[in-house]
Design a protein around this ligand. Structure first.
Ligand code: ATP
Length: 361
């Protein structure tokens, strides 16, 4: 097990900057997820930690030791790739034991370790099969077994679940998280899937354009995103954004051409602002006296059984239609075109300035 530290890491490919000013300390035993849209630099960051890419600038420390120029095979890190990278001509047992065989470990010592790793992943019955005779989920487990058998200082995962269907992805993420908690091994996990990030991470690192946008626990990032980018990226359906104006005369910010106003912190500068409201905070119930309420037109209803998603048109403002998605528990029989009064508490809303940075309100 090990702590990991990225210090001012940069990576250029020719003239293009893939990662910039990347600073991150990962504690021993921590499960950190790098998340962000395609091309934001998360795989490149992981590959630099693995030693598969050389940083253009900065240093990487593993347990306090500078490993920036240490070859990949000497870093004692185990990586699980999106493709799993299993050797097709080897059996599952041979794949799992490959790294130990390379280290010339005696066969009598390797066999029980293969059994132990296979048992942890529930694939003992598959040890004699070749990878082509495995399902996607079984291959994924074989790849994880191959990683854990080396007893590495840290696990590095690069989108390990993206080839699985939705149901298997759910069970596999629970399995990986449980396994990591059992072994206590420091883990860095790359995904573009915000649900994986929210459910697996001790801490999430949200990246955009090669840079870290915010680092925190899933709930810190969910409750206090520092920008519209983070607020939009985490949560499904995504955060509702409504554009408006801060007008201090009456101590309120106005939205939807003044049809909706919220109380304003006097420290906030006048001008354009964006209000963020999570779909689960929009409710037709008049639940609290401080609720901001308004009426809109139902545009679209998605009945998911346990919950209902409703798109509500609040009308035109700033040359755009202002819509809100409400996420309501249970079933709601609402016809498109009907009028619906909804409300939310200002305490649940988020305010962002014209640049998209959060402003405390
Ligand atoms: P994805 O989720 O699509 O895998 P990512 O966030 O992991 O994306 P990276 O693969 O790290 O992003 O890529 C970051 C940037 O660096 C992208 O613009 C990509 O095109 C570029 N890049 C990555 N590898 C190379 C390379 N070998 N040569 C040139 N450019 C590269």
């Amino acid at each position: 097990m090990a702590s990991i530290s990225f210090q001012n890491i940069e990576k250029h490919f020719d003239t293009a900057q893939a990662v910039a000013d990347f600073n991150l300390d990962i504690a021993d035993g921590e499960f950190v997820v790098l998340v962000g849209p395609s091309g934001c630099g998360k795989t490149t960051s992981l590959r630099m930690l693995a030693g598969l890419e050389q940083p253009t600038g900065g240093k990487i420390h593993l347990d306090g030791q500078d490993i920036t120029h240490v070859p990949s095979k000497s870093r004692a890190l185990a990586m699980v790739f999106q493709s799993y990278a299993l050797y097709p001509h080897m059996t599952v047992a041979e794949n799992i034991s490959f790294a130990l065989s390379l280290q010339k470990m005696p066969k009598a010592q390797i066999a029980p370790r293969v059994q132990e790793a296979a048992a942890l992943l529930g694939i003992e019955h598959l040890l004699d099969r070749k990878p082509r005779a495995l399902s996607g989920g079984q291959r994924q487990r074989a790849a994880v077994a191959r990683a854990i058998i080396r007893n590495p200082k840290a696990f590095l995962f690069d989108e390990p679940l993206s080839n699985l269907d939705a149901k298997l992805r759910h069970s596999a993420r629970v399995e990986i998280r449980k396994l990591q908690q059992k072994l206590g091994t420091t883990t860095v996990y790359v995904t573009h899937d915000q649900i994986e990030a929210m459910t697996m991470a001790d801490r999430i690192v949200v990246m955009e354009g090669g840079c870290i946008r915010q680092v925190g626990t899933p709930m810190e990032l969910y409750r206090r995103p520092n920008s519209t980018f983070v607020a939009a990226f985490l949560g499904s359906p995504p955060t509702n954004f409504i554009t408006g104006q801060c007008i201090h005369e009456n101590g309120r910010a106005q939205f939807v051409n003044g049809r909706m106003t919220i109380p304003l912190n006097p420290g906030i500068a006048s001008g354009a602002v964006t209000l963020g409201i999570r779909p689960e905070h929009v409710s037709p119930k008049h639940a609290a006296p401080d609720q901001i309420r308004m009426t809109g037109g139902v545009r679209f209803v998605e009945a998911l059984g346990a919950e209902t998603l409703i798109d509500i048109d609040l009308g035109q403002a700033q040359n755009a239609s202002q819509t809100l998605t409400a996420r309501l528990a249970g079933q709601h029989d609402l016809a498109p075109g009907s009028r619906l009064e909804i409300g939310f508490s200002p305490r649940d809303s988020m305010l962002f300035d014209a640049k998209g940075d959060a402003v405390p309100n």
